[in-house]
Design a protein around this ligand. Structure first.
Ligand SMILES: Nc1nc2c(ncn2[C@@H]2O[C@H](COP(=O)(O)OP(=O)(O)O)[C@@H](O)[C@H]2O)c(=O)[nH]1
Ligand SMILES: [Mg+2]
Length: 380
């Protein structure tokens, strides 16, 4: 516990220092394209930052990859523990094949915290359990509890991870989930029309408790990249286990879109996790259960996945063209709403874990960001 507090304090200090640096460097900002990543927890913000490092900087060194091994192991344990723990919590409950009950009890006995040591016995138990029909059934119903998105990726790779010489692949680095609590920044340079343009991209925590910090980074921001996990439509928030995650994503976007602090910023929405959305819709999950208005949306579209993703884009455009809200959630007592130029809004469908997809989309939006920035500074 002590260590944890220390870590948070350290991160607070770093966040404060970054704030101070920002103020000092204010003069330089006009020439830099600043992008702020926003969105609810687990929408994919930190994954986009990792992609910028892969695409525009130098990717991950062997050292950086090795440093992530404890986090990856944590993802493995959290995944298998959560699946087992929830088998008799969901209604109707699921059960392990009787031959695997002992292995299930062994993992549950280790507790929620990541074990100190990952033994051969541990790895083989996880491997057997991951192929158990009861666990498979529980995994299919993982929208009924809180399971990290990287669960299937790492549980499928248990053989590779158990090798003592294991070095994470780039894909492992992209899937590794760690919660962001401070504000961090990545800088990169892109050639544009014969000159080099500097970009600063900021990553923030997305959980409810983290959003108060967002306002401290608004000043001078040229573009907001707002991430919504489109696949979240049948899941509830990790923070309360009740609120629909996608509805929360739309609600927070509404607050940001209408905030006067980002009046002149370009607003780009990534409807992310399209791979998971497609899989869910094609496996028969029904959007109308959570969004009744979907029932009557574009009945002419015969491809169910296209219909679902278009509905989400439609919802975003509706938010941007309807009346401004009374107040916004992260500043409840202040009227910070305003009239927004909706021509500054762009919507993309993305898969943040897919480097070639992010490369294409980013190439598209960088021109928009530069154009908006030049427009704001009166240069065009
Ligand atoms: N399959 C899939 N997983 C994604 C995608 N985007 C993010 N993830 C995973 O979702 C989890 C949460 O992403 P993260 O970037 O940490 O979200 P943040 O809380 O917004 O920073 C990570 O395990 C990512 O690897 C996506 O488009 N598809
Ligand atoms: Mg994050």
């Amino acid at each position: 516990m002590l260590c944890r507090n220390k870590k948070i304090n350290k991160e607070k200090e770093r966040s404060k220092a970054l704030d101070a640096t920002l103020k000092n460097e204010k003069k330089k900002l006009d020439r830099v394209q600043q992008i702020l990543l926003l969105g609810t927890g687990e929408a994919g913000k930190t994954t986009i930052i990792k992609q910028m490092k892969i695409i525009h900087i130098n990717g991950f060194s062997e050292e950086e990859k090795k440093e992530k091994i404890p986090n990856i192991k944590q993802n493995v344990h959290e995944s298998i523990y959560t699946l087992l723990y929830n088998m008799n919590k969901i209604n109707p409950p699921t059960t392990l094949e009787s031959k695997n009950c002992g292995l299930g009890e062994y993992i549950l006995r280790l507790g929620e915290a990541t074990p100190q040591e990952f033994t051969d016995e541990y790895y083989s138990a996880v491997k057997v359990l991951w192929s158990d029909s009861g666990i498979k059934e529980t995994f299919k119903r993982s929208n009924e509890f809180q399971l990290i998105d990287s669960a299937a990726h790492f549980l499928d790779r248990i053989d590779a991870l158990s090798n003592p010489n294991y070095i994470p692949t780039v894909q492992d680095m992209l899937y590794c989930r760690t919660m962001t609590v401070a504000i961090s920044k990545i800088e990169f340079t892109i050639p544009y029309k014969g000159q080099m343009i500097d970009f600063w991209m900021y990553d923030v925590g997305g959980q409810r408790g983290e959003r108060k910090k967002w306002i401290s980074v608004f000043e001078g921001i040229g573009a907001i990249l707002f991430l919504i996990a489109a696949s979240d439509f049948d899941q509830t928030l990790r923070e309360d286990g009740v609120t629909n995650r996608l509805k929360e994503g739309f609600k927070v976007f509404t607050d940001i879109f209408w905030s006067r602090f980002v009046r002149n910023a370009g607003k780009i929405v990534f409807l992310n996790k399209q791979d998971i959305l497609k899989r869910k819709i094609e496996s028969g999950k029904r959007l109308e259960i959570y969004f009744p208005e979907y029932e009557n949306y574009d009945k002419m579209e015969t491809n169910p996945y296209h219909r679902a993703k278009n509905f989400m884009r439609h919802t975003i455009l509706e938010i941007a063209s309807s009346k401004k809200p009374e107040s916004v959630e992260f500043m409840p007592d202040v009227d910070i709403t305003q009239n927004v130029k909706s021509e500054l809004l762009f919507v993309h469908f993305t898969i943040a874990t897919d480097t070639s997809n992010v490369k294409l989309v980013f190439n598209d939006i960088k021109d928009i960001i530069i154009a908006i920035n030049l427009g704001n500074s009166g240069l065009i």
